[in-house]
Design a protein around this ligand. Structure first.
Ligand code: GLY
Length: 345
């Protein structure tokens, strides 16, 4: 097992890589009641291993990342008489982690909480960083908090039951981290992603570990996203718009978003064309989409971009690449976005 430590203004996290979910309870030591929040699918697979915990189940899926689910969980916490001696643990993918972090940060003005992410996407990204929110009226993560979990336990064995499509989505975020902050990890992924995909131990551990190092470095420097943290949004401005309008899974949508951002990077940040091609080749090799198919509704994608909460005037501040492993924030005009979105369709 390897351990990482993240320190940020809202709190510190211990991140255990390669730890068994069976040891989850030992990280909640000294607590009163331990309440695990999970979804129906994860409960079916791992519920029997959450010994000594009360379990609250939510419905799976992005459609349930809502204030309604939050209310349901508040009510169950009240029924269980959870109080300030309790610890809350989210066991599941990114949606479970987001809901758990939000609920735990607001119930009784905040209880200690941790995560046991069971998807690759949650292990390399969603469980770490402290942003936890819910969707509201079609706006993604529009209501939320920033508060670091006390711990995050990544059991690689839980990835064995993950469908290939979900593994690919996790790889999209790992590629993003490599592209914005670690050229060596990018090269490693080019040569070894198949080994990591098949969960060869040293390969998956390196991908999760190095990916998290990029994220942790950025979050520690700029937890509240005043500047540098915006680099973690590489591929997300256009990706979120695609996700919202096509219903495509998050990782697939940001794969296309990264290709679009790389195109903009070539024209605006002198990203060498061959670096943009390397990004495209890696994502394609992993089996992620790099273009919108004919079903993608150009106008609705553009409309969603215009409504993006990060929009400033007629432009958007976006993370772009200067090279593999180097990113910066640049202002992109809506007209420039329109041109690449047109290209992608
Ligand atoms: N919880 C994910 C993040 O803070 O980026």
């Amino acid at each position: 097992m390897r351990e990482l430590a993240l320190s940020a203004p809202s709190g510190s996290s211990r991140i255990m890589l390669g730890e068994s979910i069976d040891n989850l309870k030992s990280y909640c030591q000294g607590a009163g009641r331990i309440v695990a929040i999970t979804d129906r699918n994860v409960a079916r697979l791992y519920g029997s291993r959450l010994k000594g915990m009360d379990v609250i189940e939510m419905e799976a899926g992005e459609a349930n990342k809502t204030t309604r689910t939050v209310e349901m969980i508040y009510q169950k916490l009240l029924d269980l008489e959870a109080d300030r001696t309790s610890v809350i643990v989210g066991v599941g993918g990114g949606i479970v982690c987001d809901i758990t972090g939000f609920v735990a940060s607001t119930y009784m003005r905040g209880l200690p909480f941790g995560f046991a992410p069971t998807t690759l996407l949650a292990q390399v990204d969603a469980s770490v960083g402290g942003k936890n929110g819910v969707n509201f009226k079609g706006y993604k993560n529009i209501i939320g908090v920033i508060r670091q979990p006390s711990f995050c336990l990544c059991d690689f064995d839980t990835l064995k039951t993950l469908p290939d499509g979900e593994m690919r989505c996790g790889f999209a975020e790992a590629v993003k981290h490599a592209a914005i902050g670690d050229a060596q990890l990018f090269s490693y992924l080019e040569g070894n992603w198949k080994k990591a995909f098949s969960l060869q131990r040293t390969a998956i551990e390196k991908v999760v570990h190095d990916s998290l190092l990029v994220k942790m470095r950025i979050v520690s420097a700029d937890e509240s996203e005043k500047g540098e943290r915006m680099m973690l949004n590489f591929g997300h401005t256009i990706g979120h718009a695609i996700e919202k309008t096509t219903g495509m899974p998050h990782g697939e949508a940001i794969s296309i978003g990264m290709i679009a951002a790389a195109e903009l990077s070539v024209s605006k940040c002198n990203l060498p064309k061959k670096d943009a091609e390397r990004l495209g080749a890696l994502l394609k090799g992993i089996g992620l989409p790099t273009r919108l198919d004919a079903g993608g509704d150009r106008d609705r994608v553009l409309d969603a971009i215009r409504k993006d909460k990060k929009r400033h005037g007629e432009g958007v501040r976006m993370a772009l690449l200067e090279g593999i492993g180097r990113a910066r924030i640049a202002r992109v005009e809506l007209g420039e976005m329109e041109a690449v979105v047109n290209d992608m369709c």
